[in-house]
Design a protein around this ligand. Structure first.
Ligand code: 13P
Ligand code: SF4
Length: 359
C-alpha cells in the first residue's frame, strides 16, 4: 500500500542518514516531493548537487538530463541515482549530437571558420544549449566555446554569448530561445529555425547571414499545449487574474501573459503576492496543484483545464524511490547515471561557464 511504501522510504532514509541526499524537481508528484531533502528548479538542483559533497549518493527525482548534470557537478566518488531509468525528456531527445554536429558543419560553410573571431573580436556563432539536453550536447557546446542555460538564467547566458559571438545557435527549445531573444530586442526575422532534415536547416545562406539567433526546432509537449484562448477565457472568468507562464510556452502565450519565468520564479511570485490573489498558471500540473494546496489564501489554477502532467517526470513512482534507497542500505548502487570522462570534461566546462555568468 502507499502507506507501507512511505514507511519503507522513511526507514531507509533514516538508516542512511547523511550518506544520501534526495533531490526533487518541482514537477514531481507530492508522494515523492514529501521525501525530498531539497526541492527546486533545474538550476537550483544543479547547485544542490554541489552543496552536498559528503553524501555518498544523490538520488535524483527528476529526469535523465538532470541526473547527468548532477553527476557532472558532484564529486567522482558520489553516485547519482535516477530511480527510474525510463524518466527522460522528450524535448531533450529532439536534439541529438550527430544532427547538431551536422548543423555546425553546414554553418561553417556559410560563415567560414567558426573558431576564428571577426574584425569585432567575436566568433561567428556561439552554441547555447538549454539544460534540458543530453550531456553529450553539453560536451559539444563546451568544446565549441559555448555555454549551458536554464529557464532562470537564459537572458544572462545569451548576453554572455553575444559578448563573444555575432550569433547564437540555440537548442533544443525554440520557444525559450525565441522568448528570451525577443525580450532582448532581437527581431523575429533574425531568428530563423533550423530543421535538421533540410539543407541549411531549411534557410537560405542570405537568411543565415542576417541571423542573430538560430533556433533548433525542439519544444516541450507539456508547455506547447497552452494557448492565448485559455488566457482570454481565464481573464473573462476571473477578473483581476494574474497569468504566469513558463518560457517554454509558445511566444504568443508568453506575450499575452502578465509574466513568464522558470518554475522557481512562479513559486516565488505566488509566495510574494498579497492574500486573496488569483493566479492562472501555465506550467506542469503537479506544481500548480501543490501551489494551490500550499496557498489556500489565494485562488490558483492551471491555465489548461485538461490535466497536463509531464509523463516522464511522473515515471518516478515512490516504489522506485523505496527500491533504490533500500538497495543503498544493502550496500548496492542501482540505476547509477555516469557521464563518460570524454564527454564530462567539456560538458562541465559549459556548465561552469553558466554558473560563473553573472547578470
Ligand atoms: P525549470 O528550469 O524551470 O525547473 O524547468 C525545467 C523543465 O523541465 C521545464 O519543463
Ligand atoms: Fe521535458 Fe517538458 Fe517534461 Fe520539462 S516538462 S521534463 S521540458 S517534457
Amino acid at each position: 500500500s502507499d502507506a507501507e511504501l512511505h514507511d519503507r522510504i522513511r526507514a531507509a532514509k533514516a538508516t542512511l542518514g547523511d550518506r544520501v541526499v534526495v533531490l526533487g524537481h518541482f514537477y514531481q508528484r507530492d508522494e515523492v516531493v514529501e521525501h525530498a531533502d531539497f526541492v527546486g528548479d533545474s538550476f537550483q538542483l544543479a547547485n544542490a548537487a554541489l552543496t552536498k559533497p559528503d553524501a555518498e549518493a544523490i538520488v535524483f527525482c527528476g529526469v535523465h538530463f538532470m541526473a547527468e548534470t548532477a553527476d557532472l557537478l558532484s564529486k567522482p566518488e558520489q553516485a547519482v541515482i535516477l530511480p527510474n531509468l525510463a524518466a527522460g525528456c522528450s524535448m531533450a531527445d529532439m536534439a541529438d549530437e550527430s544532427s547538431v554536429e551536422e548543423c555546425w558543419e553546414q554553418l561553417e560553410e556559410v560563415y567560414g571558420d567558426l573558431a576564428t573571431p571577426g574584425a569585432d573580436g567575436r566568433v561567428p556563432v556561439i552554441p547555447v544549449t538549454y539544460m534540458n539536453s543530453s550531456a553529450a550536447l553539453k560536451g559539444f557546446v563546451g568544446r565549441n566555446g559555448g555555454i549551458v542555460c536554464t529557464s532562470s538564467n537564459a537572458r544572462t547566458v545569451l548576453e554572455w554569448a553575444f559578448e563573444r559571438g555575432q550569433r547564437v545557435l540555440f537548442f533544443p527549445d525554440q520557444h525559450l530561445g525565441r522568448n528570451t531573444a525577443k525580450a532582448m530586442g532581437v527581431p523575429l526575422e533574425q531568428m530563423p529555425m533550423w530543421n535538421p532534415r533540410k539543407a541549411l536547416g531549411g534557410n537560405s545562406a542570405e537568411e543565415l547571414t542576417h541571423a542573430r539567433v538560430i533556433l533548433w526546432h525542439g519544444f516541450c509537449s507539456v508547455h506547447r499545449r497552452f494557448t492565448v484562448d485559455q488566457i482570454e477565457q481565464a481573464r473573462r472568468e476571473h477578473p483581476g487574474v494574474q497569468v504566469i507562464v513558463h518560457p517554454e510556452c509558445p511566444m504568443p502565450v508568453v506575450d499575452a501573459a502578465d509574466a513568464a519565468g522558470s518554475t522557481d520564479f512562479i513559486v516565488k511570485a505566488i509566495a510574494a503576492a498579497p492574500a486573496g490573489s488569483t493566479f492562472a498558471i501555465g506550467t506542469e500540473i503537479n506544481l500548480v496543484q501543490r501551489l494551490a494546496a500550499e496557498h489556500p489564501e489565494h485562488t490558483i489554477f492551471c491555465l489548461d483545464p485538461v490535466v497536463c502532467p509531464c509523463s516522464t517526470m511522473y515515471r518516478i513512482h515512490p516504489g522506485y524511490l523505496a527500491w533504490v534507497l533500500e538497495e543503498l542500505v544493502a550496500g548496492r548502487v542501482v540505476n547509477r547515471i555516469t557521464v563518460p570522462d570524454t564527454v564530462a570534461d567539456p560538458a562541465r566546462l559549459a556548465l561552469e561557464r553558466m554558473l560563473a555568468a553573472k547578470p
